[in-house]
Structure formats: C-alpha cells, structure tokens
Design a protein around this ligand. Sequence first.
Ligand code: GUN
Ligand code: FE
Length: 430
Amino acid sequence: MDIRDDSGYGFILHGAVAYSENKSSLKTFDDAYVICVNGICEGVYEQIPEEFSNLPVEDYWDKLIIPGFTDLHVHAPQYQIRGTGMDLTLMDWLSQNIYPEEMRYKGKRYAERAYDLFVEDLYVGPTTRAVVFATKHVGATMLLMDMLEETGLVSYVGKVNMDRNVPSSYVETTDGSIRATEKWLAEVKSRGYENTYPILTPRFTPSCSRELMDALGEMAEKYHLPVQSHLSEGLEEIEFVKQLEPDAAYYGQTYERSGLIKKDRKTVMAHCVWSGMKEIAQIKENGVFIAHCPDSNMNLMSGAAPASRYLDEGIRVGLGSDVAGGSNTSMFRAMRDAVTVSKLRWRIFDRSVRPLRFPEAFYMATKGGGEFFGKVGSFERGYEFDAVVIDDSQIATMHKLDAALRTERLAYLADDRHVVGKYVRGRKIY
Ligand code: GUN
Ligand code: FE
C-alpha cells in the first residue's frame, strides 16, 4: 500500500492516549504525545524527544486520542433500512428486505442521495477504514467509491457478484457478472484513487455458482485483488449450502476450491458463527480475516460467534457493523456488543469459550481489523497514522478516571457527537 509522500511533514498530538499493542492489554497514557512524520506514527512519548522538538504540537489537553476504528464488514446500500424489519432470520430477511432495497441502486438519483447519507455517517464517526459491500451495479458502485475517496477515509469497496437464488430482477447472468466486474475494475483503475481500493465480492455461496466463483478466483490471481464474502452465518444458510454443493466437505471449501481462500490471498469472511473444526483450521492456515459482527448476529438470530476462541487460536479477527444486519455503523457499539454477546454465549450456551474482555474488543476494532489494510490501527512506531480525538467530558461522572477506564467507557457511552478530531494517514480530515 503506498503512502502519500508528504516529505518533511510532521506534527504531534497531545492528550490522553490509548491503543493496543497486543490483543489482550491496552496501552494507556494520561498525558502523552503521539508523533506523526510523513503519515507514519513515530510512537507515543511522555516527553517530546529532542529529534521531534521542532514539530508543531496540536494540543488536545485532556481529550482522549485513540487509533481510528476499522469497520471490517458493512453494506453501504443497506444503510437506508437499518434498524427496520429485524424480525426475520437471514435468508427471509435477504429476500424480503435486502434484495428489494439493493435493487433501487440501479437508479442514479437514489444511489447518489442514499450513498451521500451513508458516507456522511462514516465521515463524522470514529471509523477511519472500512471494507464495504456495494450492490451489483457498476454505476452506483463507482459513485460510492468517488464519494468515499472524497472524504479522505480509506476503504475497500466491492461490486457484488451473484448469479443464482436471487430474484430475477436483481440476479446477474454468470457471464454478465464477470463482464461487469471487468468493466468495474477498469473504471476503478482509470480513476487513480489514492484511498479507495477494489475488493472482489462474491456475495456468498448460495448466490454464486461454481463457475462464477472460479472466474472471480482467476481475477483475484490475475489482478492481485483481495476478496470479501460471508461464511457460516446462519444454520438455514449452511443447510442450503450443503444441498447446493454436496461435494464440499464444509462451507469454507466452496471458496477455497475456487482460489478465493488461499495462502497468499487477502480474504475477509464475515461472521463464522457456526464454523466447525475443519473450517476453523482452514481459516487459520490461510490467514483469512474474520469480521465478527455481533449486532447483526443477534438481530438476524444467527447466533454468537466464538470470538475469544478465534483470538486464542491466533486467527485474525476484526469487528464489522454489518449494517443493515447490524442496525448501527457505530464501532463503539460493535465493541460493546462483542463483549455483551460473548458473556451471554458463555453463560447460556457454552462454557468452553470464555467471555471477551474489553481490551480484546478494542483490539479487534482497531489493530485486529486494521491489519487488513497493513500496519494500521495502533500507535506503535511504523503504523500508518490514523487517529481519532474524543471529547468525553460530557459523559458525566464525579470520579476522576484514568485513560484505561475512559477508553472502556467509550464502548458503552460514546457516540459520534464525542468525536472532535480525525486524522487518516497523517492527514487531518477534521
Ligand atoms: N449473506 C449474504 N448477503 C448478506 C447480507 O447482505 N447481509 C448479511 N448479514 N449476510 C448476508
Ligand atoms: Fe454482511
């Protein structure tokens, strides 16, 4: 990933600071300096080191500075219907609510107005990076990419592919889907974006034939593209995959046999709520990222993914809002939901998978998901400089809280109103 060449450009942020170095503990400072040179973090210091003493200091006093969040899985075209129609399980919800809504993006006017609202939401909140599903439409997907590029946020965006088990007015033919994807990739290339990247997006096995998956696997190889999809989200979905693909020993194989899960392929799979031992081993061996989407998993009655188990196995895990399966784009909420769901899962259902602790949720929301973009999501030296400044002074308490407690509180009490500054790749976007 290329970093913008802002040679000689550097600055220092001063405030309380929190970030993850590893998945189990939070590194915090009540009063410290975060240093950025040429878009890259030079580390966090209690005193400004001599070599950086001539850099300008932006003083945030007692505000809290944290790395930006990565939303590792979100559907931009579902934003307009978030928080509605949540009484259905996955497959019925897709056909009754989601496909009819996504079809609307055929129209340029609808797409323009709808994506504007989505992009504005992402811009003002604490998210600095996102991995995004669009729709099948090339025109609307380009519109979304243009808008995201404009914000200064960094994103992967995918034109969705689907050639079966989708209503006739929204489905693609296999050939049509492949050709549209080639056309979309050519358009993306011609735009020369700095911060917006394409990602191949077979929706999920129920809606993608083997032939289409094979073609996408070839494209991933030919153009060195990453891949995003859904895996083992709901029980009815998994049963359907068994019927559709009886030759596959487990769901994850339907991606692997087309080269969409592969050792040096960068792939993110949303959910993995019901992955079995073999699938977990496959995910681990191939370095697949799991986008854990706890709010969506509750809303669609999918279940609760064993997130702590994935972390303990050394699997790469980030958090996804999965709007509109999840009803909110807030990564503050995603952290809380991850912790809460893991506690219920442990208490009600499975004592073998321990509940998550807050530092693990924070890790997943920052460094865990950020890794999909490279060295992103931490203030360690060498990381791309994404920072969010939070004014939590309005979240009243009589106690004097240290930076660790202030950070934990964000998951439960903070929202976009508390975000007062945002930096992406060393550039201040507000
Ligand atoms: N599986 C296939 N498509 C979707 C989608 O749009 N949302 C969710 N949550 N799961 C899916
Ligand atoms: Fe999803």
